[in-house]
Design a protein around this ligand. Structure first.
Ligand SMILES: [Cu+2]
Length: 135
């Protein structure tokens, strides 16, 4: 007489293998979702940059006295008086700065724009000029 228990055991084992195999398969298919694609922000071509410039004013000059930028850029200008009392003004670009002030200027046209000291600061006042060159 055969032992049905043994056959049952083999079937049971096969079933276990099948189940475990199936289980592995499920684990594999349930792989973690793909990593999020990097959302790299593409910089705007041709201008659109930001220039953060602090102009240091002394008796009697601005440093830097020349600022270069491209059309479409934004100039973030800050005036810092290290010596004396000076201001910055440019009629063409609408700049008006006193000591410690910051102004953002959108550069929309090419050209060389002069800025000058806006406070009568003494004998070198007329020499206190600078240029913002927009290309
Ligand atoms: Cu001045």
């Amino acid at each position: 007489m055969k032992k049905p228990g043994r056959i049952f055991a083999i079937v049971a084992l096969a079933a276990v293998f099948a189940l475990s195999g199936c289980g592995n398969k499920n684990n594999n298919t349930a792989s973690p979702s793909p990593s999020p694609s990097p959302t790299a922000s593409t910089p705007a071509a041709g201008g659109g940059g930001m220039h953060d410039v602090t102009i240091d004013a002394t008796n009697w000059k601005f440093e830097p006295a020349e600022i270069k930028a491209k059309v479409g850029d934004t100039l973030k200008l800050t005036l810092k008086n290290s010596q004396g009392a000076h201001g910055i003004a440019s009629d063409d670009l609408g700049i008006k700065l006193k000591n410690g002030e910051t102004q953002e200027i959108k550069l929309e046209k090419a050209g060389t724009f002069e800025y000058h000291c806006s406070i009568q600061c003494g004998q070198g006042h007329d020499n206190m000029v600078g240029n913002i060159i927009v290309e």
